[in-house]
Design a protein around this ligand. Sequence first.
Ligand code: 28F
Length: 657
Amino acid sequence: MSEEEKLEARSFDVSSDYDASAIELLSGLEGVRKRPGMYIGSTNLTGLHHLVWEIVDNAVDEAVNGYGKKITVTLHKNGSLTVEDEGRGIPVDIHQKTGIPAVQLIYTALHAGGKFNSKAYQVSGGLHGVGATVTNALSEWLKVRVYLKGKIYEISFKDGGKLDEPLKEVGETRKHGTTVTFKPDPAIFPNTRFSYETISSRLEEKSYLLAGVRFVLIDENTGVKREFYCEHGLREYVQSLVKEKTPIGQVIDFTGEYNGIRVEVAMQWCSQDYNENIYSYANDVRTADGGSHETGFKQGLTKTLNDWAQSSGLIKNGNSLEGSDIREGLTAVISVKVPEGKLEYEGQTKGKLGTPEALPALTSLISSRFSYYLNEHRDFGVDLVKKCEASREAREAARKAREVARGTRKKQPEMIISDKLAAAHSRDYQENELFIVEGDSAGGSAKSARDRSHQAILPLRGKPLNTYGLPISKVTENLEFSTLIQTINAGVGPDFNVEDSHYGKIIIMTDADTDGAHIQALLLTFFYNFMKPLIDKGMVYVARPPLYCVYKKSDTRKHIYCWGEEELNVAREKIGAGYGIKRYKGLGEMNPSQLAETTMSKATRQLLRVEIEDPLALEKKMSILMGKDSAPRWDWIQENVRFVVEDEFASILKGEK
Ligand code: 28F
């Protein structure tokens, strides 16, 4: 059958198979709606944005395959979103077995297998690799427009992927490509508002990984338009990550190939940064938990620098540098492209690359190219080795100081520690929780409300110190942070050892207002810069006090706590006539038993786990929030405070219930 004939066939009466196939397809979509978490992780803002990534990834695949160099994302006023590419256009011909057009199958078949989920085609792949069908299933409506061979076609779906208008030709065109518009279903997502910043930083990230592809983002609500385009890729990625830091030397970048695995690396060291900031990707998907490529990179780096330092007489035999001393202050991006057949992950998600060949791919690239670089830039090499030795000395000195402090704490009254800490009684550290509470009065309530065996309370007096860019000595001189460091009892900065932590959860509990948001940001800055493993291990949380209590005026024992406007409406209806609403402006307005019930008790509270989702956005937001210039910080907080945790921080620091 020719293309034209296939298109003709579309309008013919479909075979009897059609109904059966259509029913199967629908039940697949219902499965997605019943358990959205299985497909997009959660229905919070992170999950909501998965709907976008699935569609963008398809457009990216088409561009990566060499079709179309521009992808446009538009946020519309009615809450819908459009993704547009300039590729070949999704095929519209009829699939023989089912009698359904290919484009319809792509948007309704979950495990269509074979041709429609062709692995060879799937290059970048979404987190769960389920594609456009999931976006359709979780949308109120979705429209696909295909520009193909001189014609424009349209098909639309509604109510979670049910066919609304079948595929039809709607006009002629000289363009080619695909345009998809959808509106997320409010029956699935508590919050359906897309975040411009989240989408913006993801597109920016993609533009670094896919040099040569242009991304355009338009927000019709504000008229703002941004473009992301990179000629060199990772080099520019590292430059943007270190923008607010003090670099040592230039960005160093290498590319190579090993057994069919393409490797790209860019890296730069900065002073006054105690963290190692390594971001790795496999086939343009972030591998947040590292894997064989990251391991190979680290091994290669440690060996190459040590070998070079030895042979240059900079360090003596037996005094080699440890990997962690070398990586202190390093920002690196590693990107590998693994052929489909060799792509393996460890664990359930795509967070950790398993492919064994990625390890030698990295070690061999680094050892040949980095040693060459060091020989070409000897002055830099000498500076770098000095920096690594300084890191080692600082680490050893801090460890010794800590051992001394541990042994002699009682004899040292000058070790500053706040007398306000109410410690937990249990020594089951994993189970213990440290609440950092804003204000003395809330601290008092929290002390009475707590479960003494497992919950400790540290009240804060006023705003904590802004630790962004501060040396450790300035941080340990501060009463609040000194107390916090000693309470957690696992060291600080390069000497921090998460296994020693006396608490399994660190919970920040502030008022739901501007000041509270600022305090959260200041504390998170401290944890991010000086105790990052706590965040990496998911041990830092933000408490969510309720915003309202709806009660029956005639019987206040009947009451419902509410965390958002929608819950408020439901609660009003439930309580019925004669209701009253109490709006909590701060933690201090709750008595201890209310505080326990709503915010602290394991059984009934809500917590947001702090996770770093998007390194690029985080670095940026940190510098806005915490940088020296306070004007943009206050502007930002004023604008975003109502959503500070749920929207903005969630886009950076992913929140989970
Ligand atoms: C806005 C979102 O989804 N773009 C896409 C294509 C192009 C092809 C394709 C997509 C064919 C049979 C799977 C065209 N011509 N943007 C997009 N552009 N999918 S998705 O094919 C899908 C395969 O089953 C395409 C020739 N080959 C592929």
